[in-house]
Design a protein around this ligand. Structure first.
Ligand SMILES: Cc1ncc(COP(=O)(O)O)c(C=O)c1O
Length: 385
């Protein structure tokens, strides 16, 4: 039998389209190559204008975690107070990171599946003077999306002195965020809604963040220091650390695709398709972990239907045999459900193929769903899309 190709439906890395793969497969040139320098310069300029950033953009070799560390390192110093607003596994990652750096960390933790709300943040921020606040736009462990615009408005009106750091790893390029909302540092990486393979950390620093970095003097870190990279980002002919040439070409192609679609339409498309996709899964009895009103358009955690008898490891193994790679849940959600990404450069074929594979995996695991039950809901939605 012909092997079913496996769709990469985990919440990152996401499917990498052929034109992006082709960039990664190009013959590597010197990082001083004039054409490459022009390409790198163009990528940085596009990121800056498209996300309305009045400061600097950084594209460096690394993963999302490096971007998180870069954010913290450049706007805080030992003994600073920081407020970590966490609604999941990745929000919590800031706690360890900030503690190791000698920061005084307070945590505003939202129940998994819900999100921190501006009123709660306002109350905590009114208790003392914070140097910085971290918010995870979409936490990949729960699929819940924080109300970023409302948080930005509250921060601007009530606590303008604290810098706002936003982890948009599972959001940027798929869920709306603009630097001019009042975000000081926005960070992401290549393998999520940009649809590029893992390998690049991307960070936008607004003017206030760049000024805060300058005021800190020498910082303990070297590789992630804004001041080491600013000359390179403004003139990629300069050297600090070797740029990942092929990955930057891949990002350039991703940016071309994003520009062709239009960032606003890309956000709208993610929202439309996520709603349709979730309805199809609900028709099969699966329930999203994130509460209504704050579900991410980029990924969903689906709890197994009660009484279905579906067992996590066995179900996901069957799903993989049927051609869909999914991810298990983390920490407190482990075993109760599974995670599917629906972000980046995915198309209708991918969504149809995924729901069809879920139906086959359910039936093969002994959970009798009527074949086509989820698909018919999906198709109804997609023809109207
Ligand atoms: C919201 C969020 N932040 C940070 C990270 C860490 O990114 P990376 O695994 O690329 O280091 C992830 C990874 O999935 C994430 O989802």
């Amino acid at each position: 039998m012909v092997r079913t190709p496996r769709l990469l439906m985990i919440p990152g890395p996401t499917p990498v389209v052929r034109s992006i793969q082709n960039q990664m497969a190009r013959e590597t040139v010197a990082f001083g190559d004039a054409d490459f320098i022009a390409d790198f310069r163009g990528v940085v300029a596009d990121l800056k204008t498209m996300w309305r950033c009045d400061g600097e953009v950084f594209v460096v070799a690394g993963s999302g975690t490096l971007a998180m560390e870069m954010a913290i390192s450049n706007v805080t110093k030992r003994d600073d107070d920081v407020l970590v607003c966490s609604h999941g596994f990745f929000g919590d990652r800031f706690i360890d990171m900030c503690s190791r750096r000698g920061l005084k960390v307070d945590v505003l933790a939202a129940k998994w599946g819900s999100v921190p709300v501006p009123e709660q943040m306002d109350a905590r921020l009114s208790e003392k003077k914070y140097a910085a606040v971290t918010v995870t736009h979409v936490d990949t462990s729960t699929g819940a999306m924080a109300p970023l615009k409302e948080i930005c408005d509250m921060m601007k009106a009530r606590h303008p002195e604290a810098l706002l750091i936003v982890d948009a790893v599972a959001a940027a390029g798929g869920a709306e965020s603009w630097m001019d909302w009042g975000i000081d540092v926005l960070l992401t990486c290549s393998q999520k809604a940009f649809g590029v393979a893992p390998g690049l950390a991307v960070l936008w620093a607004g003017r206030r963040a760049v000024e805060r970095r300058a005021a800190l003097g020498t910082i303990p870190e070297s590789y992630v220091d804004f001041e080491k990279w600013i000359p390179v980002m403004n003139d990629p002919a300069k050297y600090w650390g070797t740029p990942p040439v092929n990955m930057i070409w891949a990002l350039k192609e991703s940016m071309r695709i994003i520009k062709e679609e239009g960032l606003e339409e890309r956000y709208a498309r993610h929202a439309r398709q996520a709603a349709i996709f979730v309805s199809a899964m609900e028709a099969l009895g699966f329930r999203p972990a994130a509460g209504e009103g704050h579900r991410a358009p980029t990924l969903t955690i689906f709890f197994y239907p009660e009484g279905s008898g579906l067992e996590d490891a066995a179900f996901r193994a069957k799903l993989a045999e049927e051609g869909v790679q999914s991810a298990g849940c983390l920490a407190g959600f482990a075993g109760r459900g599974f995670r599917l990404g629906h972000m980046g450069n995915i198309d209708k074929h991918t969504l149809v193929g995924t729901i069809a594979a879920v139906e086959r995996a359910c039936i093969r695991c002994g959970y009798r769903v009527a074949p086509g039950k989820g698909l018919s809901v999906l198709q109804e939605g997609l023809v109207r899309e």
